[in-house]
Design a protein around this ligand. Structure first.
Ligand code: SAM
Length: 228
């Protein structure tokens, strides 16, 4: 397992995010020209109903948890195992409860939440099937899961995204952080399931009504499923 292969042990993932935390929001802005807020809002609006108690798993610096609040959640909990990412989330809002923890072993009872969101997080989890089952466990029956993730673009814009993600983003990351985290990013996207495969994995984990749509010229995928 290595950053260049796009696959890392959980402890290495945590250390990597701790080290890039100060850079994370700026790199997001640079990589997406600020469109990431729109995709997070689309994810939250798709699964959060007014008054819901919502978990944002792998919350990082907190932007999807804040989108869950904007979508009408009455209470949001953000969970992440990187202390440094959470420290930045804490500075953004005290309206969310920020908890340090592993999304594969969540400290919540069965059926605690009406909706769960996870943005750009699932790709970093090696036991994806276990993670999906755990997210399903903490959802109440009928509760909704929303997964926002980068995907390998296909179609006419694919060459543009390839140059962008595979060359320019790692170069900018190296320049700004001096590390390999932004080489891990395109490698992890290459390794990740296609949207159709991921839909199958979500269904396999016990979710019904699994659907997905592509965003951002086919470079992002928004999957949803309903807990049984
Ligand atoms: C790319 S960031 C995404 C952050 C945020 N969701 C967003 O939309 O910007 C991925 C986050 O997943 C977290 N993460 C990865 N594996 C995790 C795990 N098993 N448990 C908890 N957090 C995890 C990392 O610490 C990191 O903060």
């Amino acid at each position: 397992m290595s950053a260049a292969s796009g696959s890392l042990e959980p402890e290495a993932v945590r250390t990597m995010f701790d080290s890039i935390a100060p850079l994370y929001d700026r790199m997001n802005l640079l990589m997406t020209a600020g469109l990431d807020r729109r995709w997070r809002d689309a994810t939250a609006r798709r699964v959060v109903r007014p008054g819901d108690y919502v978990l944002d798993a792998a919350c990082g610096t907190g932007d999807l948890a804040l989108a869950d609040l904007r979508a009408g959640a009455s209470r949001v909990v953000g969970v992440d195992f990187s202390k440094r990412m959470l420290e930045l989330a804490e500075r953004k809002s005290s309206a969310v409860e920020w908890i340090q923890g592993d999304l594969c072993r969540l400290p919540f009872p069965d059926g605690a939440f009406q909706a769960v969101t996870i943005g750009f997080g699932l790709r970093n989890v090696s036991d994806r099937a276990g993670a999906l089952r755990e997210l399903g466990r903490v959802l109440a029956p009928g509760g909704r899961l929303g997964i926002l993730e980068i995907t390998r673009a296909r179609g006419p814009l694919a060459p543009f995204f390839r140059i962008w993600f595979e060359t320019l983003v790692p170069a900018a990351g190296r320049l700004l952080s001096g590390g390999s985290a932004y080489s891990y990013l395109p490698a992890s996207v290459r390794r990740f399931s296609t949207p159709a495969q991921l839909a199958g994995e979500i269904a396999q984990a016990g979710f019904g009504e699994v659907r997905y749509r592509l965003l951002a010229g086919g470079s992002m995928a928004l999957h949803v499923g309903v807990a049984a």
